[in-house]
Design a protein around this ligand. Sequence first.
Ligand code: DSN
Length: 418
Amino acid sequence: MDREIVNLIEEERKRQNKGIELIASENYPSRAVISAQGSILTDKYAEGYPGRRYYGGCEVVDQVETLAIERAKRLFGVGYANVQPHSGSQANFAAYRAMIEPGDRVLALTLDDGGHLTHGSNVSFSGNLYEFHFYPLGEDGRIDYDRLAVLLDEVNPALFLAGYSAYPFEIDFARMRRLIDEHDARKGTHTYFMVDMAHIAGIVASGLTDNPCRYADVVTSTTHKTLRGPRGGLILSNNEALYKKLNSAVFPYAQGGPLEHVIAGKAVAFAEALHPSFKAYMERVLRNTYACSEELEKLGAAVSGTENHLFLCNVLKSYGITGKDAQIRLGSIGITVNKNMLHADTMPPSKASGIRIGFAAATSRGCDEKEARAIARIIDAALRTEDPAKLEPLKEEALSIAKGWKDIASLDYPSIAE
Ligand code: DSN
């Protein structure tokens, strides 16, 4: 046994259990997911797809991957699912490859407003391979659909991209589809529509928000955020003309051997998300997020408001400290958040004016609305003081809330596979 690593895993388990996790992109998968992911399926090479592999001995992993594909298709109501992407970034890489050529124009959300590195940042492949143009949020922090219509005509992109990392409101995918169709009709063009639903995949799966697969040519996702599976990526589509292109964009273009142990974890998570109790979990996530946001607002904080699992708080405006300092202060009392750029932020990304707060993880451990409101009061009090004597009781209160929740290594969720 590798004592050093075992000890570090134990240390991390204690850290996760001890505190309150509010990073909006994190969650706690079930023991069933972790056990599938930590299984001997990691031993098997299986380049290719079920029934069409480059190695012998794939009879069993073919069944694993087929189960994952079929469950993903059922969960999201699509004709095509590729469960092989190792991450959301690789899913996006393959999705672009299937639809557009290097140098093509893409219209995506401004990165500071909540886009992702793979949505056109110059430090990622996306900004290098493609010509990204950006749409900003409106002054109210929401998507300005009228401006989108204008920008579609101005930029004339080959691909329009929606789906964000820090957007707290519902996205009107149907309206985006209409805008793209109207633009194409006006200009005699064809624009692909892609949605990266990594953050909201669990909300989509539970039917609590509109399903982008109904409107987009390709939908990419991660499997670990609100969806609560293993770390990994996913590509979905109802555009039959793209199925083969998407497969070959993942393998052999972007990746070699699929991680069948992770794919098994994805299959387990999809079966859990297909269980009716998953919707109740997502409803609790939304209620907790709203409760925390509302309580902070009552206390005078400048929050974005929320219609999903996350919200933003302008800590510079509310408390006169940067997002970075707020992240450090809250970390010191056992609450983990991340600093976040805000619309038209005047701070550099390394400091940022805001923090992002999400409740997918805390809710998995048992957080309720009363606790979400108590957490808001602790956050507000902690961001108003630097005095260690005042922070200490807040830390005790935060840790005692987390102590009442389930141990992260003992989480089991109902599944349709049982
Ligand atoms: N790192 C993820 C997030 O925190 O939103 C995006 O990939």
